[in-house]
Design a protein around this ligand. Structure first.
Ligand code: PHE
Length: 336
Protein backbone atom coordinates (compact mmCIF):
# COMPACT_ATOMS: atom_id res chain seq x y z
CA UNK A 1 0.00 0.00 0.00
CA UNK A 2 1.55 3.26 -1.17
CA UNK A 3 0.73 6.01 1.31
CA UNK A 4 3.32 8.22 -0.34
CA UNK A 5 1.29 8.13 -3.53
CA UNK A 6 -1.90 9.12 -1.63
CA UNK A 7 0.03 12.00 -0.07
CA UNK A 8 1.19 13.21 -3.46
CA UNK A 9 -2.25 13.07 -4.95
CA UNK A 10 -3.65 15.07 -2.04
CA UNK A 11 -0.90 17.68 -2.43
CA UNK A 12 -1.11 18.03 -6.20
CA UNK A 13 -4.91 18.07 -6.02
CA UNK A 14 -5.00 20.84 -3.43
CA UNK A 15 -2.42 22.82 -5.42
CA UNK A 16 -4.63 22.67 -8.50
CA UNK A 17 -7.77 23.93 -6.72
CA UNK A 18 -8.44 27.47 -7.99
CA UNK A 19 -12.18 27.89 -7.57
CA UNK A 20 -14.98 26.77 -5.31
CA UNK A 21 -16.10 24.43 -8.13
CA UNK A 22 -12.62 22.86 -8.33
CA UNK A 23 -12.80 22.38 -4.60
CA UNK A 24 -16.17 20.65 -4.74
CA UNK A 25 -14.97 18.31 -7.47
CA UNK A 26 -11.72 17.53 -5.73
CA UNK A 27 -13.49 16.92 -2.43
CA UNK A 28 -15.64 14.31 -4.12
CA UNK A 29 -12.60 12.67 -5.71
CA UNK A 30 -10.84 12.43 -2.35
CA UNK A 31 -13.53 12.02 0.25
CA UNK A 32 -16.59 10.84 -1.70
CA UNK A 33 -18.10 7.42 -1.08
CA UNK A 34 -16.09 6.06 -3.99
CA UNK A 35 -13.24 8.51 -3.48
CA UNK A 36 -9.54 7.93 -3.03
CA UNK A 37 -9.63 7.61 0.73
CA UNK A 38 -12.51 5.13 0.55
CA UNK A 39 -10.50 3.11 -1.95
CA UNK A 40 -7.42 3.09 0.30
CA UNK A 41 -9.45 2.22 3.38
CA UNK A 42 -11.06 -0.56 1.40
CA UNK A 43 -7.60 -1.77 0.45
CA UNK A 44 -6.83 -2.35 4.15
CA UNK A 45 -8.98 -5.48 3.99
CA UNK A 46 -6.29 -7.30 2.05
CA UNK A 47 -3.61 -6.56 4.67
CA UNK A 48 -2.73 -8.48 7.78
CA UNK A 49 -3.78 -7.24 11.21
CA UNK A 50 -0.50 -5.43 12.04
CA UNK A 51 -0.25 -3.64 8.71
CA UNK A 52 -3.92 -2.81 8.78
CA UNK A 53 -3.51 -1.06 12.12
CA UNK A 54 -0.47 1.00 11.03
CA UNK A 55 -1.76 1.92 7.58
CA UNK A 56 -5.23 2.52 8.96
CA UNK A 57 -3.86 5.02 11.46
CA UNK A 58 -1.81 6.75 8.79
CA UNK A 59 -4.65 6.95 6.29
CA UNK A 60 -7.07 8.21 8.90
CA UNK A 61 -4.72 10.87 10.16
CA UNK A 62 -3.98 12.01 6.59
CA UNK A 63 -7.73 12.00 5.95
CA UNK A 64 -8.58 14.22 8.87
CA UNK A 65 -5.66 16.52 8.07
CA UNK A 66 -6.92 16.76 4.46
CA UNK A 67 -10.47 17.45 5.63
CA UNK A 68 -9.13 20.29 7.76
CA UNK A 69 -7.24 21.79 4.84
CA UNK A 70 -10.23 21.52 2.51
CA UNK A 71 -12.38 23.18 5.15
CA UNK A 72 -9.78 25.97 5.32
CA UNK A 73 -9.99 26.39 1.54
CA UNK A 74 -13.77 26.45 1.68
CA UNK A 75 -13.69 29.22 4.27
CA UNK A 76 -11.21 31.12 2.13
CA UNK A 77 -13.48 30.95 -0.95
CA UNK A 78 -16.54 31.92 1.12
CA UNK A 79 -14.67 34.94 2.48
CA UNK A 80 -13.64 35.98 -1.04
CA UNK A 81 -17.24 35.69 -2.23
CA UNK A 82 -18.42 37.79 0.73
CA UNK A 83 -15.90 40.51 -0.22
CA UNK A 84 -17.00 40.46 -3.85
CA UNK A 85 -20.62 40.79 -2.76
CA UNK A 86 -19.72 43.71 -0.52
CA UNK A 87 -18.10 45.47 -3.46
CA UNK A 88 -21.09 44.79 -5.70
CA UNK A 89 -23.49 46.31 -3.20
CA UNK A 90 -21.31 49.27 -2.26
CA UNK A 91 -23.22 52.53 -1.97
CA UNK A 92 -21.62 55.87 -2.66
CA UNK A 93 -23.04 57.96 0.15
CA UNK A 94 -21.33 61.06 -1.22
CA UNK A 95 -23.54 61.10 -4.36
CA UNK A 96 -25.95 64.02 -4.43
CA UNK A 97 -29.46 62.86 -3.46
CA UNK A 98 -32.49 62.97 -5.72
CA UNK A 99 -34.58 65.94 -4.74
CA UNK A 100 -38.19 64.86 -4.38
CA UNK A 101 -40.82 66.96 -6.13
CA UNK A 102 -42.67 68.83 -3.45
CA UNK A 103 -45.79 70.90 -3.72
CA UNK A 104 -45.75 74.54 -2.83
CA UNK A 105 -48.19 77.27 -2.08
CA UNK A 106 -50.08 78.69 -5.03
CA UNK A 107 -49.03 82.29 -5.78
CA UNK A 108 -52.55 83.42 -4.87
CA UNK A 109 -52.27 81.70 -1.49
CA UNK A 110 -48.84 83.25 -0.99
CA UNK A 111 -50.31 86.67 -1.71
CA UNK A 112 -53.22 86.04 0.68
CA UNK A 113 -50.71 85.01 3.36
CA UNK A 114 -48.72 88.19 2.88
CA UNK A 115 -51.80 90.46 2.96
CA UNK A 116 -53.03 88.70 6.11
CA UNK A 117 -49.60 88.94 7.73
CA UNK A 118 -49.46 92.70 7.18
CA UNK A 119 -52.98 93.43 8.45
CA UNK A 120 -52.55 91.08 11.42
CA UNK A 121 -49.52 93.13 12.43
CA UNK A 122 -51.78 96.21 12.33
CA UNK A 123 -54.27 94.59 14.74
CA UNK A 124 -56.84 93.26 12.26
CA UNK A 125 -58.47 89.87 12.82
CA UNK A 126 -59.52 87.53 10.00
CA UNK A 127 -63.08 86.44 9.20
CA UNK A 128 -64.57 84.39 6.39
CA UNK A 129 -68.09 84.29 5.01
CA UNK A 130 -70.35 82.45 2.57
CA UNK A 131 -69.70 82.52 -1.17
CA UNK A 132 -73.37 81.89 -1.87
CA UNK A 133 -75.08 85.03 -0.63
CA UNK A 134 -78.46 86.61 -0.51
CA UNK A 135 -79.12 89.65 -2.65
CA UNK A 136 -79.80 91.40 0.60
CA UNK A 137 -76.22 91.08 1.90
CA UNK A 138 -74.56 91.35 -1.50
CA UNK A 139 -76.51 94.45 -2.55
CA UNK A 140 -79.35 95.98 -0.48
CA UNK A 141 -77.56 96.19 2.85
CA UNK A 142 -74.65 97.77 1.00
CA UNK A 143 -76.85 100.54 -0.31
CA UNK A 144 -76.95 99.10 -3.82
CA UNK A 145 -80.54 99.59 -4.96
CA UNK A 146 -82.50 97.18 -7.16
CA UNK A 147 -81.92 99.08 -10.39
CA UNK A 148 -78.18 99.57 -9.84
CA UNK A 149 -76.06 98.54 -12.86
CA UNK A 150 -73.90 96.31 -10.63
CA UNK A 151 -76.86 93.96 -10.42
CA UNK A 152 -76.93 93.51 -14.17
CA UNK A 153 -77.38 89.87 -15.12
CA UNK A 154 -74.13 90.10 -17.06
CA UNK A 155 -72.10 90.71 -13.91
CA UNK A 156 -73.88 88.62 -11.31
CA UNK A 157 -74.31 84.85 -11.23
CA UNK A 158 -77.79 84.11 -9.90
CA UNK A 159 -78.31 80.76 -8.18
CA UNK A 160 -82.04 81.35 -7.86
CA UNK A 161 -84.14 84.47 -7.39
CA UNK A 162 -82.72 86.33 -4.39
CA UNK A 163 -79.60 84.12 -4.13
CA UNK A 164 -76.31 85.00 -5.83
CA UNK A 165 -72.66 84.02 -5.89
CA UNK A 166 -71.20 86.98 -4.03
CA UNK A 167 -69.76 89.53 -6.45
CA UNK A 168 -67.46 90.98 -3.78
CA UNK A 169 -66.42 90.34 -0.17
CA UNK A 170 -68.26 93.48 1.00
CA UNK A 171 -71.36 91.56 2.24
CA UNK A 172 -69.10 90.43 5.09
CA UNK A 173 -68.95 94.08 6.24
CA UNK A 174 -72.63 93.71 7.08
CA UNK A 175 -72.36 90.22 8.60
CA UNK A 176 -69.45 91.25 10.83
CA UNK A 177 -71.13 94.46 12.03
CA UNK A 178 -74.41 92.65 12.70
CA UNK A 179 -72.60 90.15 14.89
CA UNK A 180 -70.62 92.57 17.06
CA UNK A 181 -70.44 96.08 18.46
CA UNK A 182 -67.64 98.53 17.61
CA UNK A 183 -64.69 98.61 17.68
CA UNK A 184 -64.42 96.48 14.55
CA UNK A 185 -61.08 95.77 12.92
CA UNK A 186 -61.31 92.87 10.50
CA UNK A 187 -60.16 91.62 7.11
CA UNK A 188 -62.05 89.07 5.03
CA UNK A 189 -60.18 87.01 2.45
CA UNK A 190 -62.21 84.94 0.01
CA UNK A 191 -63.41 83.98 -3.45
CA UNK A 192 -65.86 86.14 -5.40
CA UNK A 193 -67.65 85.62 -8.73
CA UNK A 194 -68.47 87.77 -11.72
CA UNK A 195 -69.62 86.84 -15.18
CA UNK A 196 -66.50 87.99 -16.99
CA UNK A 197 -63.61 86.27 -18.77
CA UNK A 198 -60.58 87.73 -20.58
CA UNK A 199 -56.82 88.36 -19.96
CA UNK A 200 -57.57 90.42 -16.87
CA UNK A 201 -60.81 88.77 -15.65
CA UNK A 202 -61.75 85.27 -14.51
CA UNK A 203 -65.31 84.35 -13.47
CA UNK A 204 -63.93 83.44 -10.04
CA UNK A 205 -61.28 85.55 -8.39
CA UNK A 206 -60.26 86.59 -4.89
CA UNK A 207 -60.62 89.67 -2.77
CA UNK A 208 -59.59 90.80 0.65
CA UNK A 209 -62.10 93.08 2.31
CA UNK A 210 -61.12 95.32 5.20
CA UNK A 211 -63.30 97.10 7.74
CA UNK A 212 -62.42 99.32 10.66
CA UNK A 213 -65.16 100.99 12.72
CA UNK A 214 -64.65 102.84 15.97
CA UNK A 215 -65.25 106.22 17.60
CA UNK A 216 -63.63 109.05 15.68
CA UNK A 217 -62.24 107.15 12.70
CA UNK A 218 -61.30 109.60 9.95
CA UNK A 219 -60.30 109.52 6.32
CA UNK A 220 -56.70 110.16 7.40
CA UNK A 221 -56.79 106.81 9.25
CA UNK A 222 -57.79 105.10 6.00
CA UNK A 223 -54.94 106.84 4.19
CA UNK A 224 -52.45 105.97 6.91
CA UNK A 225 -53.34 102.29 7.22
CA UNK A 226 -53.52 101.67 3.47
CA UNK A 227 -50.28 103.55 2.81
CA UNK A 228 -48.52 101.37 5.39
CA UNK A 229 -50.03 98.29 3.74
CA UNK A 230 -48.88 99.29 0.25
CA UNK A 231 -45.38 100.13 1.42
CA UNK A 232 -45.13 96.73 3.15
CA UNK A 233 -46.51 94.93 0.12
CA UNK A 234 -44.72 96.70 -2.73
CA UNK A 235 -41.74 98.32 -1.01
CA UNK A 236 -41.31 101.56 0.99
CA UNK A 237 -40.58 103.74 -2.05
CA UNK A 238 -43.77 102.86 -3.94
CA UNK A 239 -45.70 106.02 -4.90
CA UNK A 240 -49.32 105.99 -3.64
CA UNK A 241 -52.22 108.05 -4.98
CA UNK A 242 -55.73 108.42 -3.57
CA UNK A 243 -58.17 109.20 -6.38
CA UNK A 244 -61.79 110.25 -5.73
CA UNK A 245 -64.22 107.54 -6.76
CA UNK A 246 -67.69 106.21 -6.10
CA UNK A 247 -69.07 103.16 -4.33
CA UNK A 248 -72.69 103.07 -3.09
CA UNK A 249 -71.61 101.81 0.35
CA UNK A 250 -68.83 104.33 1.07
CA UNK A 251 -68.84 108.12 1.17
CA UNK A 252 -66.47 109.64 0.38
CA UNK A 253 -64.84 106.93 -1.72
CA UNK A 254 -61.36 106.64 -3.14
CA UNK A 255 -59.57 104.32 -5.46
CA UNK A 256 -55.94 103.84 -4.64
CA UNK A 257 -53.26 103.70 -7.27
CA UNK A 258 -49.60 102.80 -7.01
CA UNK A 259 -46.83 103.96 -9.31
CA UNK A 260 -46.58 101.52 -12.22
CA UNK A 261 -44.32 98.62 -11.27
CA UNK A 262 -43.19 98.22 -14.89
CA UNK A 263 -42.41 101.73 -16.12
CA UNK A 264 -42.04 103.49 -12.75
CA UNK A 265 -44.36 106.27 -13.90
CA UNK A 266 -43.13 106.89 -17.44
CA UNK A 267 -46.19 105.30 -19.02
CA UNK A 268 -46.45 101.86 -20.62
CA UNK A 269 -48.98 99.32 -21.88
CA UNK A 270 -49.70 97.88 -18.42
CA UNK A 271 -50.65 101.25 -16.90
CA UNK A 272 -52.27 102.42 -20.16
CA UNK A 273 -49.73 105.25 -20.39
CA UNK A 274 -50.92 106.81 -17.11
CA UNK A 275 -47.97 105.76 -14.94
CA UNK A 276 -50.43 104.51 -12.28
CA UNK A 277 -52.06 101.18 -11.45
CA UNK A 278 -55.30 100.85 -9.54
CA UNK A 279 -55.08 98.29 -6.73
CA UNK A 280 -57.74 99.09 -4.13
CA UNK A 281 -61.26 100.44 -3.68
CA UNK A 282 -61.97 102.17 -0.40
CA UNK A 283 -63.97 104.77 1.43
CA UNK A 284 -65.64 105.86 4.66
CA UNK A 285 -68.48 103.49 5.52
CA UNK A 286 -71.73 105.12 4.35
CA UNK A 287 -73.95 106.32 7.26
CA UNK A 288 -76.83 104.46 5.62
CA UNK A 289 -74.88 101.20 5.91
CA UNK A 290 -74.02 101.88 9.57
CA UNK A 291 -77.65 102.63 10.39
CA UNK A 292 -78.72 99.44 8.62
CA UNK A 293 -76.72 97.27 11.06
CA UNK A 294 -77.88 99.26 14.08
CA UNK A 295 -74.76 101.39 14.53
CA UNK A 296 -75.22 105.11 15.22
CA UNK A 297 -73.31 107.16 12.59
CA UNK A 298 -73.26 110.06 15.05
CA UNK A 299 -71.36 107.85 17.51
CA UNK A 300 -69.03 105.80 15.33
CA UNK A 301 -67.44 106.00 11.93
CA UNK A 302 -65.25 103.73 9.90
CA UNK A 303 -63.56 102.93 6.66
CA UNK A 304 -63.68 99.93 4.37
CA UNK A 305 -61.55 98.72 1.51
CA UNK A 306 -61.45 95.90 -0.97
CA UNK A 307 -58.63 94.62 -3.11
CA UNK A 308 -58.26 92.05 -5.87
CA UNK A 309 -55.74 89.40 -4.86
CA UNK A 310 -54.98 88.22 -8.42
CA UNK A 311 -54.30 91.80 -9.44
CA UNK A 312 -51.85 92.27 -6.55
CA UNK A 313 -50.18 88.91 -7.27
CA UNK A 314 -49.81 89.85 -10.96
CA UNK A 315 -48.11 93.12 -10.06
CA UNK A 316 -45.85 91.54 -7.43
CA UNK A 317 -44.76 88.63 -9.61
CA UNK A 318 -44.92 90.35 -13.00
CA UNK A 319 -47.62 88.09 -14.50
CA UNK A 320 -49.52 89.52 -17.46
CA UNK A 321 -52.37 87.04 -17.90
CA UNK A 322 -54.68 86.38 -14.94
CA UNK A 323 -55.81 83.05 -16.42
CA UNK A 324 -52.33 81.61 -15.76
CA UNK A 325 -53.32 81.24 -12.12
CA UNK A 326 -55.97 78.68 -13.01
CA UNK A 327 -54.43 76.52 -15.72
CA UNK A 328 -52.77 74.36 -13.03
CA UNK A 329 -49.64 74.23 -15.17
CA UNK A 330 -46.87 73.14 -12.80
CA UNK A 331 -44.22 74.73 -15.05
CA UNK A 332 -45.87 78.06 -14.28
CA UNK A 333 -46.68 77.38 -10.64
CA UNK A 334 -43.26 75.98 -9.71
CA UNK A 335 -41.71 79.42 -10.34
CA UNK A 336 -43.19 80.92 -7.21
N1 PHE B 1 -66.48 95.87 -3.07
C1 PHE B 1 -65.79 96.78 -3.94
C2 PHE B 1 -65.51 96.06 -5.27
O1 PHE B 1 -65.59 94.86 -5.32
C3 PHE B 1 -64.49 97.25 -3.35
C4 PHE B 1 -64.69 98.09 -2.13
C5 PHE B 1 -64.70 97.51 -0.89
C6 PHE B 1 -64.83 99.44 -2.24
C7 PHE B 1 -64.85 98.27 0.24
C8 PHE B 1 -64.97 100.25 -1.12
C9 PHE B 1 -64.99 99.65 0.12
O2 PHE B 1 -65.20 96.68 -6.27
Amino acid sequence: MNIEELHNRVESGIASVKTIEDLKGFKLVLLGRKGLFAEYLDGLKSLNKEERKDFGREINSLKSETEGRLKGLEDHFAEEERKREQERSWIDITMPGKIPLTGRKHPITQTFDEIIRIFSSLGFSVAEGPEVETEHYNFEALNIPKDHPARDMQDTFYIEPGIVLRTHTSPMQIRVMESQLPPVRVIVPGAVYRCDHDVSHTPMFHQVEGLLVDKGVRFSDLKGILTVFIHEMFGPDTPVRFRPSYFPFTEPSAEIDIGCVICAGDGCRLCKETGWLEILGSGMVHPQVLRGVGYDPEEVSGFAFGMGVERIAMLRFGIDDIRQFYYHDTRFLSQF
